[in-house]
Design a protein around this ligand. Structure first.
Ligand code: UD1
Length: 337
């Protein structure tokens, strides 16, 4: 019988790709998602890729009764907890909403796990916990910096809570760098609500004619071309990292109950390099201008991936060109629907 994995936020951007990869790796994903930042169309994409609709419950993870019943009914081996808000700017405007969803939500999940005696968890953390690092690339041991936003604070608090519960809950804490791209078939991708804040959805919407122009936020940073540097990672690589983390948990291979991994490629690219790569790969012009810096932006951050390569046995396989191609194909698919 297939091992079941409960995926909270399984219809979101990273969650939906992970559901597909879990199925391909021989697991049975069970989804709980309240559609607060996702859409049922993601289920159509999942269905088209795996051939059937996985079990899905439309509920908030804070609803402990529903979560407990789902666990009683399906007895999952592990939980991947994606369900959380992720917009930095919005978190500054609505901090309580972020603490409620991201921190109280995690506590609810843990309480139900403890009650139902489930002790395997994969947690979505973020490179945002490093803040503006003193040195790049960052290692998992690089000291974290005070959070720049309530969103960042919720990720740091999540890590602390999980570390404090490591006596009974085995956790794989994955620090994502900048997830972009889409499924290579364009069956799944990111569905940003409203005007996107993040670079790639804004860029693809601009090229598609939905926005006038992309603004590059500052070109006077201390980097080779003056624009900020990030470690962009293909969402399929990221999804595959979750499968590795789940396998490590269910096969009891953890060396410590609380383990942290950087999930990046190990390569940093500037905003202008991303634009150039998009233009070259898709043979299309990206209308853009240089604007002022965006408040709160880190200048440069990319991952040291030695630990995740060696210990988790995972390496990112897809390059920036592939990320650009798949992101654009996804935008084209959205346009044609
Ligand atoms: C932020 C968070 C990250 C979170 C991610 C997803 C930090 C340090 N990072 O990433 O943890 O997972 O959001 O919500 O808080 N840019 C432009 N023009 C645009 C948009 C972006 O030039 O219109 C630039 C930004 O200045 C930045 C880069 O593109 O240098 C990437 O920005 P973005 O996609 O928003 O992600 P981060 O801010 O790096």
């Amino acid at each position: 019988m297939k091992k079941k994995i409960l995926v909270t936020g399984g219809l979101g951007f990273i969650g939906s790709h992970t559901v597909v990869c879990l199925h391909e790796a021989g697991f049975e994903p069970i989804i709980i998602d309240n559609l607060s930042n996702s859409q049922m169309s993601a289920m159509d994409g999942i269905k088209s890729l795996i051939g059937f609709e996985p079990t899905f419950v439309n509920a908030n993870v804070n609803d402990k009764e529903v979560l407990a019943q789902l666990i009683i009914d399906h007895k999952p081996e592990a939980i991947i907890h994606f369900a959380a808000f992720k917009a930095v700017g919005e978190s500054v405007e609505k901090p309580l909403m972020y603490y409620e969803n991201n921190v109280v939500g995690l506590i609810s999940v843990l309480e139900v796990m403890k009650e139902q005696v489930i002790s395997n968890l994969v947690f979505s953390s973020s490179c945002t916990v490093y803040g503006e690092p003193d040195q790049v690339p960052v290692l998992e041991t690089t000291p974290t910096k005070p959070a720049q936003s309530p969103y960042g604070a919720t990720k740091q608090m999540g890590e602390i809570i999980l570390k404090d519960n490591a006596a009974w809950c085995k956790t794989q804490c994955l620090r994502y760098f900048n997830p972009i791209g889409a499924h290579p078939t364009a069956a799944l991708g990111e569905l940003p609500l409203g005007i996107p804040n993040n670079l790639i959805p804004f860029l693809t919407q601009t090229v598609a004619g939905l926005r006038n122009e992309l603004t590059v936020f500052g070109n006077d940073y201390d980097t080779p071309d003056g624009t900020c540097i990030r470690d962009y990672i293909h969402v399929m690589d990221l999804a595959e990292a979750h499968v590795k983390a789940v396998e490590r948990l269910v096969h009891n291979k953890q060396e410590e109950n609380f383990e942290v991994f950087n999930i990046g490629t190990g390569n940093g690219f500037s905003v202008l390099e991303v634009i150039q790569s998009f233009e070259k790969e898709n043979n299309i012009n990206v209308p853009h201008k240089i604007g002022p810096r965006r408040a709160g932006d880190v200048v440069k951050v990319w991952a040291d991936t030695t630990k995740v390569n060696e210990v988790l046995g995972w390496t990112a396989k897809r390059g920036l060109d592939e990320m650009m191609r798949d992101s654009w194909n996804w935008q084209l698919k959205l346009q044609n629907n």
